[in-house]
Each structure stands twice: as C-alpha cells, then as structure tokens.
Design a protein around this ligand. Structure first.
Ligand SMILES: [Zn+2]
Length: 579
C-alpha cells in the first residue's frame, strides 16, 4: 500500500512538473523570437496618457522657485560643453570612460525649437515652509522619517542654488515620498541635458540604501566647489534622489537585522518591487499608493539613467528581471536579455568596478550565490514579476539597474561609514554614464519640437520617445549605429552616426509632413515592413497598445493560474533571502 502511494505521488509530481514546463516552454517559444515586437508596436501607437509628458518641474518645491539658470538654446548646445576633468587614476576600473563633449554628426535647423526657458506651471505652489535653521552635517546614523524630513528640508533651504526638495506623493500611512534634485539647475529642466534618478529603500528594511542616498545628496553638494568632476556633473545633469520609497516599512524594520522580511513591505503588506505592470506576465497585485506615485513621477520626467538601491547581497543586477519561461527559470536560471544587453552589462560592470569590493564577486556567506565581476542579469539570478527595473526600461525607455549595496539589509549604524566609503565613487561615476551615447532634438519642417516621436536604434527593438521639447537621449557604447524616427503623419527619417569614447554624439532630426493620403499610406507600409511586422498586424495608426491593456486582462484560471501560484511560491523562496 505504502509503495503504491509512493509511486502515485511521484508520478503526480513528475507529471505536474513536466506539464508546467511544457506549457511554459510553448508560451515562451511563442514570445521569444520577437518578444519585443509587441512592445514596439504598442509604443508606436501608444495613447497620449501612456506617453512621456515631461514637464519643467511638476512638483511643489520647498523654498519657492528661484530663477533657473540652466536652459540653453539648443543650437548653443552644439558647441562643445566644457570637458570634464580626467577621471582620477583608475586603478579600480581602467575601462572607465568619463562623460565628455558632444560631437555633432548631423544637425538641422533647430532654431525655433528653442523657446523661452521652461516656466514653472503657475498653479504649482511651494511646499510647507522649511526651517530656516542651517542643516547639520549628516551623521552616520539611521534617520527615521521625522529626522530625514527635517534634514532634507534644512539641507535644501541651506543650498537653494544646488538642491530642490519635492514630494511625489504619500505612502499608505501618509508619509511624503521625498525627492531631492541635486543640480546647478535644481528647479528647472535643462533643455537637452539628461535627468538621472536614484531610488532607495523600496524595501523598507533595506535601510543601508536609504542612508547611502542621503549621504550622496550631501556629498554632491559639498563637493560642487572643490571637485571639478562633480561640478561638471551637476552643471550637465539633474540628479533626482529618492531616499525612501517605502518610509512606512522602514519605521517597523529593526537595526541590526540582516535578513528577513520585517519592514520589507508597505503598510498594507505589499512588496512594492513586485507591484509594477510586467512585460512578460500579467501582474494582478493591487496597485499601491507608493507605486502609483512612482509611476506618475517617471511618466512626467524623462529619465535617461536610473538605479534602484537595495540590500541583502552585493551585486549590480540588470534587466530583464523577468522571463517568459519562469517555471523552468526557477530551476535552471538563464539570462533574460534585453536588446540593450551590452549597455546594461557595461553599466552594471562600471558600478561594480567603481565599488571597493563588489567586482570581486565574493559570496555573502557560504551557500549564497557569488557573482562573477559583481554583476548579474536579473532573471539569471532569480526571475521576478512586477519589478521596478523592467518597468522603467520597457515603459519609459530609462536604462535602469538594481544595486544590492550590502550583504546585510540593515547593518549596525557603526558600519555605515565603511559602506559609504565603498559606494561613494560608484554612485558618482554611474551618473556620468548618462552622457554616453546619442542625444538630440527632433523638429518638424518649421523647426518646432516634435513630442512623442517613436525613436529606435536599428537592431535594438526597444523604442523610446521624444519629450515635449523634442529631446531624446539613448546610452550606447562606442560603435556605428542607425537611428530611426517615426511619427504618424510625418515621413519617417533615419540617420547614421557613430559613438566614440568620451563623447556623446548629437544627432538632430527633422520630420516632414506627409503630403497626401497616397504618400501617407506608402509611408505606413514602409514603416510596417521596416519594423518586420507580420502580415496580420494592423497598421501602426490602428494598433492598440498591448502593454497598457495587460493590467485589464481577467485573472487567469486553470493552468495559467497554477503556474502563477507555483511561480509566486518560488518567488517567496527568494524574497526573504535576497534584496
Ligand atoms: Zn530589495
């Protein structure tokens, strides 16, 4: 009898596993060959609400609205900006290539794209008055919400020329989700220059990331006048630092707790880094206020480069975090590569090599994974659904990596100076990578900026779009490329360019209106063929966005539901182990 039960159980387990694997394999095989085509199609035809709507500065700011200094006439930006000082002798990363001047490979008239400096919306009001007390130097201790808020307000009030503090919304328990902009133009977008972000403490108990973010704010501001590289960086970039996306979780986490889940989740028990729409799988988890605020934020500001700061391991991880074959992945993880895999690998490597020890890839403890060169593809480590990193890349075109900053999630405060000294250079150098690759303006035949132009680097089916000022940025490694621009009603345009070390290449494009319906249809056919759409696909202008609709798909039943259950159990296994 016992033997029969044993055989039956074994058979059932094997059958379920094989069945799940087979179905996943088939689903994956359907998706894999052109798995980014739906993305491209959706981005080409995305409705306005899905598009980027960058604005000058959409949030109330502590301390009012001083005059901005950064906006420039785009034509002026074709002049070489000041060269950054050479990086210090790079004993830790000989391959480091600092940001540099622009090379104009192609330019057309953009004179009328240059409007007056972007004005702050008149309806925007200042945040609550800040204390006039000078900010105390940030000490190496943990700062709860009250302490952090006080310090941020005092620090921004003390440094109005280099900082601006704003809140993107509130947590479940009503705590502000503060963002500090550090830049020589803190209150206004600098036309043509990139915005970068760091987002820390999305997991409330990964507290070391929160303190590293605060120290980065102080370091950038304090170094502006003494450090020529940081001065160049702040003159050319706006750096948005969000020290805590989960302030409620932090309040219940405990110092000295290196593992576990207390404080990881928001006040309703949701893991915020599993709460975003997912490219590969539908995510049925209810959207949380923190996630909603975050999504709104990155829809308003076009970020070129980003990093999420976590803890629980020591590694720089890059997209994709998810994969079409997640059940199989859980047993034999393999990389889930993006079309920009080379760039992501470079960004993660650059961070790891500029950290004191990350690149050594030493395991945190016996039995935990070690990462060659201190980097990993997210899904190759363990796949997850609903992460912020994949969302930023797929939905907003932002190059985002995840940095696991320390093996201990909430180390004793006495260890904070060490962590800061290890991460300081990496956090600063990473921002400079926003100045690598290609950037420019897209205008119409009259020189007016064109918004929401679908852009693509040929051979990389990961589209991005222009801002309301017609700007775009794309990080690329040195090489030869072709850029494509498409907007409904205009003739598509392509241009060749090269990217070199130490140079961001500026490529400005002009799109001319299609003259009649016959030509328009011809152009559309051309575009359809160009993007390798299958014959059954609708024309670009009739396509429906697939990504935004994903959230509305009914909850799966049957086998798909089983897969998701199995999958979430696998996720849970990893959840409390790592960041
Ligand atoms: Zn984490």
């Amino acid at each position: 009898m016992k033997t029969a039960v044993w055989y039956t159980s074994t058979f059932v387990v094997i059958f379920v596993y094989l069945y799940c694997y087979l179905v996943q394999f088939i689903r994956g095989a359907e998706i894999r060959p052109q798995h980014l085509q739906p993305l491209l199609r959706s981005r080409l035809a995305a409705p306005l609400q899905q598009q980027q709507q960058p604005v000058a500065f959409p949030y109330p700011v502590a301390g009012g609205w001083p005059l901005a200094s950064g906006s420039q006439h785009p034509a002026q930006q074709r002049h070489l900006p000041p060269l950054p000082p050479p990086p210090p002798p790079s004993e830790v990363f000989s391959d480091y290539m600092g940001p540099g001047s622009m090379a104009v490979s192609s330019s057309m008239s953009v004179s009328s794209a240059a409007s007056a400096p972007v004005q702050v919306p008149p309806s925007v009001s200042a945040a609550p008055a800040t204390s006039s007390a000078a900010a105390k130097p940030l000490d190496f201790s943990y700062h709860n919400y009250e302490d952090m808020t006080t310090w941020l307000k005092q620090f921004s009030a003390s440094n109005p020329d280099l900082t601006a503090l704003y809140s993107i919304g509130k947590s479940v328990q009503g705590r502000d989700l503060w963002v500090m902009v550090v830049s020589s133009s803190p209150f206004q977008h600098m036309k043509g220059k990139p915005d970068v972000k760091y987002v820390a403490n999305i997991h409330g108990n990964e507290a070391v990331s929160r303190e590293m973010a605060l120290h980065l704010i102080q370091h950038l501001v304090k170094s502006y006048r003494e450090d020529a590289y940081i001065r160049w960086l702040l003159d050319q970039t706006r750096i948005h630092i969000l020290p805590s996306l989960n302030p409620d979780g932090f309040e219940v986490a405990r110092e000295g707790t290196c593992t576990g889940g207390q404080g990881r989740y928001n006040a309703r028990g949701f893991d915020l880094n599993r709460n975003f729409p997912d490219y590969f799988k539908q995510n049925t988890k209810r959207l949380q206020p923190e996630t909603e605020a975050y999504k709104e934020w990155i829809a308003k500001i076009q970020f070129t480069l980003s990093a999420g700061l976590h803890a629980g391991a020591l590694v720089a991880s890059y997209p994709f975090d998810n994969t079409p074959n997640s059940v199989y992945q859980a047993f034999a993880p393999t990389p889930s590569q993006t079309p920009d895999d080379d760039v992501f690998h470079h960004l993660a490597t650059l961070y790891a090599r500029n950290h004191a020890t990350m690149y050594q890839g030493v395991a945190c403890k016996p039995g935990s994974p070690s990462f060659p060169n201190g980097t990993t593809n997210g899904a190759a480590w363990y796949p997850l659904t609903g992460g912020a990193q994949d969302y930023s890349y797929v939905w907003t075109g932002t190059m985002e990596i995840t940095v696991e900053m320390a093996c201990c999630k909430y180390p004793p405060a006495a260890e904070l100076p060490l962590h800061w000294s290890e991460h300081r250079q990496a956090l600063v150098r990473f921002v400079g990578e926003a100045h690598r690759g290609v950037r420019g303006f897209v205008t119409d035949g009259n020189g007016r900026p064109l918004e929401n132009v679908a852009m693509k680097i040929k051979g990389r089916d990961a589209p991005f779009q222009t801002t309301k000022h017609g700007e775009y940025w794309r990080i690329l490694l040195p090489g030869y490329y072709r850029i494509e621009a498409y907007k409904e009603g205009y003739e598509p345009v392509e241009d060749d360019f090269s990217v070199t070390d130490h140079h961001a290449t500026q490529v400005n494009l002009t799109l001319f209106k299609q003259v009649d319906s016959k030509n328009a249809f011809g152009a559309l056919d051309e575009v359809s063929n160009y993007y390798s759409l299958s014959p059954g696909d609708e024309r670009p202008n009739k396509r429906q966005p697939t990504i935004s609709n994903k959230q509305d798909v009914p909850h799966p039943t049957g086998l798909t539901g089983l897969l998701i259950t199995l999958r979430s159990q696998m996720d849970n296994l990893f959840t409390n182990l790592f960041g």
